[in-house]
Ligand binder design. Structure first.
Ligand SMILES: *Cc1c(COP(=O)(O)O)cnc(C)c1O
Length: 363
C-alpha cells in the first residue's frame, strides 16, 4: 500500500498527461511558455482571487509574499508552532522574527486566543508586530473568521499558507483567498501536485501582484535586464504548468474522492482514536488524514509490520527546532502534545474501500 499513490493517479490520466507533456517537449518553450499564463488564469478563477502568480515552490511563495509586504528586518511575524518548517523558515531567512503561536487540538491550526497573547507579549518585548501567517494544516482551512477579525483590528496583513489547503473551503469560499496574499505549493504529494517543485501566490491587490511578478524574476523592472530590486529566480516551469492544467481538470473529482475516503475512515475509527474534525461549512482538501492517539509509536510499528505506511507530521514543533534555538521562545503546550500523538494514515483519491478497511482494522 502507498501512503499517497501518485502512480495510480498518473495511470488514471495517462493519455491526457502524456499528450500535454510531449506538447511542451516539442514546443521548445520551456520557460514561461503559454501554459504558465493560462494556468495562472485558471487557478485565479478557481480560487476566486484577481491575480495568480506562479513560482518555483511553496517556500519561495512565502518568501515572495513577505517581500511584497515590505517587512523590515527585526519585525515580528506570527506563525503557528505546529506546521511544516517553511512557514517559519521564510520569515527567519529574511531576518524577520517568527513568533510561535500555539494551535487548537481539534483543528491543528492557529489558536486566535494564543495569537492575541503572543501579540501582547511581542509588544511588551519591544518587537514590532507586522504580519500573520496562518496555515491550513492537513487541508483544513484555519479559523479565518476569528483570524481575519484579529488582523483587521490590529492592522496586520494576513498571509494564508495554503500549501496543504488548496481545494479546501469555508462556506464555499476557497482556500488561498482568505489572506491579503495566499500561497500554495505544487510539491507532488500536496492536494494539487505537479511532477517536481512548483508553487503559486494569490492576491486581489494589483500592487502586490506587480511586485510579485518582479520579485520572482530577479526583481525585474520594465524589461528583464533592468533590475529594480533584488528578487529570486523562482518561475514555474512550462512543463509543470502543463501537468497542473491536466490535474486541475480532475481536481474536483479528486476532492470528492478524498472526502469519501475521509468519511469512511472516520466512520470506521470513531471511538477508537481521535479522528480529524471538520466543522459545518468547512471542506478539507485532506492533504493528510491525521489521527491522535497516546499509543502512537506502537500503532505505527504495528501498521508498518502489516505493510501499511504512516507518517508523523510533525515530530518537532517550531519552537523546539534546533534551527530556532536562537529565538529562545517558550514551547507551546498544545503543539507539543500533538507532536507526540499525531499519526497520518494513507490518504489519496484512488484508495479502495478494501484498503481503507485494512488500515482501519489494524487500528
Ligand atoms: C509543503 C509546505 C510548504 C513548502 O512548500 P514547498 O513547495 O515544499 O517549498 C510550506 N508550508 C506548508 C504548510 C507546507 O506543507
Amino acid at each position: 500500500m502507498q501512503f499517497r499513490d501518485l502512480h495510480r493517479q498518473y495511470e488514471a490520466m495517462k493519455a491526457e498527461m502524456d499528450e500535454a507533456m510531449l506538447r511542451v517537449a516539442a514546443s521548445g518553450a520551456y520557460i514561461m511558455g503559454p501554459q504558465v499564463a493560462e494556468l495562472e488564469q485558471q487557478l485565479a478563477a478557481y480560487v476566486g482571487m484577481k491575480h495568480c502568480i506562479s513560482c518555483a515552490n511553496g517556500t519561495d511563495a512565502l518568501w515572495l509574499a513577505l517581500r511584497a509586504l515590505g517587512l523590515k528586518a527585526g519585525d515580528a511575524v506570527f506563525v503557528p508552532d505546529f506546521t511544516f518548517f517553511s512557514t517559519a523558515e521564510a520569515p527567519a531567512i529574511l531576518d524577520l522574527v517568527p513568533v510561535f503561536v500555539d494551535v487548537d487540538d481539534k483543528s491543528f491550526n492557529m489558536d486566535v486566543n494564543d495569537l492575541e497573547r503572543k501579540w501582547q507579549q511581542a509588544c511588551n518585548n519591544g518587537l514590532r508586530p507586522t504580519a500573520v501567517i496562518a496555515v491550513d494544516l492537513f487541508g483544513r482551512p484555519a479559523d479565518y473568521d476569528a483570524i481575519t477579525d484579529f488582523c483587521r483590528q490590529k492592522s496586520l496583513p494576513l498571509i494564508e499558507d495554503g500549501a496543504q489547503g488548496f481545494g479546501g473551503s469555508i462556506r464555499g469560499k476557497h482556500a488561498c483567498s482568505f489572506g491579503d496574499i495566499g500561497t500554495t505549493s505544487f510539491f507532488p504529494a500536496k492536494p494539487l501536485g505537479c511532477y517536481g517543485d512548483g508553487g503559486a501566490l494569490f492576491t486581489n491587490d494589483d500592487r502586490y501582484a506587480d511586485l510579485l511578478r518582479s520579485l520572482r524574476v530577479h526583481g525585474k523592472g520594465t524589461d528583464k535586464y533592468d533590475n529594480v530590486r533584488l528578487g529570486l529566480n523562482s518561475r514555474l516551469d512550462t512543463l509543470q504548468a502543463a501537468i497542473l492544467q491536466v490535474k486541475l481538470r480532475h481536481f474536483d473529482d479528486e476532492l470528492k474522492a478524498v472526502n469519501r475516503v475521509a468519511a469512511k475512515y472516520s466512520q470506521l475509527l470513531a471511538g477508537k482514536v481521535q479522528t480529524p474534525v471538520v466543522p459545518e461549512g468547512y471542506t478539507s482538501s485532506w492533504a493528510q488524514y491525521t489521527i491522535q492517539t497516546p499509543n502512537r509509536d506502537d500503532l505505527q510499528a504495528r501498521l508498518k509490520a502489516a505493510g501499511v505506511p504512516s507518517m508523523v507530521y510533525y515530530p518537532h514543533t517550531m519552537s523546539r527546532q534546533s534551527a530556532f534555538v536562537y529565538l529562545n521562545q517558550a514551547p507551546c503546550p498544545v503543539a507539543d502534545r500533538l507532536s507526540r500523538s499525531v499519526l497520518s494514515l494513507p490518504m489519496h483519491p484512488y484508495m479502495t474501500d478494501e484498503e481503507i478497511e485494512t488500515v482501519a482494522s489494524l487500528i
